[in-house]
Design a protein around this ligand. Sequence first.
Ligand SMILES: Cc1cc2nc3c(=O)[nH]c(=O)nc-3n(C[C@H](O)[C@H](O)[C@H](O)COP(=O)(O)O)c2cc1C
Length: 217
Amino acid sequence: MKKRTFAFLSAALMTVAMTVSCCGESQPSSDNSQADAVIANIMNRKSVRSYTNDTIPAADMEIMLRAAVAAPTGMDVRPWHLVVMTDKSKYAELFEGNFNMEKYMQAGAVVIFCADTTVTRPPRDNPNGPAVTTPNAIWRDDMGACTENFLLAAEALGYGAVWTACYPFPNNMEPIKNYLNLPGNIVPYSVVPVGRPAGDNQPKDKWNPERIHYNGF
Ligand SMILES: Cc1cc2nc3c(=O)[nH]c(=O)nc-3n(C[C@H](O)[C@H](O)[C@H](O)COP(=O)(O)O)c2cc1C
């Protein structure tokens, strides 16, 4: 682990310990290395916007995708459809003229996180009845968790990635919908370039005690 990163992490873990102490405990509730590694991975995740041009082995990509779909999902609906673009000529074509995305052409892959905005299942009051299709009011929440899980897995495997906005911006969504020929109920939610990081990327310290409220606002 790099020195700067380690210093940042130590400070973060110390802060966690102090916070726990103000809640009545004197020690963090966990002191095992597995917990430390998980917390370190969360604290070290950062947006990475430049890549080395290396490809990503399929096995690594599968780990990231499996982590993504391990996310919590309201009513266990699992609205995600993940489109993995590994053919650079295709994603160059898709993102041609797109300011946001043109700079990510060195990424090993671009993953488009799409969501089914509907739910098809038997009615709640008649579990054995015929399935009906209704809007899913909370698909965005599921997709945020799914995208973040992917970013965390990328960090853990030594890749760099960045969450780029897609939904709800028509300029970002429409070219993807057209290129992928998405059905009307499937929406592109986020777009994540991922690859081996080029350059020195450091996590930001976002901790602000003023934003933490105990037992009231
Ligand atoms: C919903 C969402 C949309 C984002 N859209 C973009 C984007 O379009 N382009 C980009 O470069 N970064 C985008 N980001 C990344 C943020 O800029 C980044 O997370 C933020 O600056 C904090 O930095 P960090 O990820 O390194 O902690 C987005 C992040 C989120 C959560």
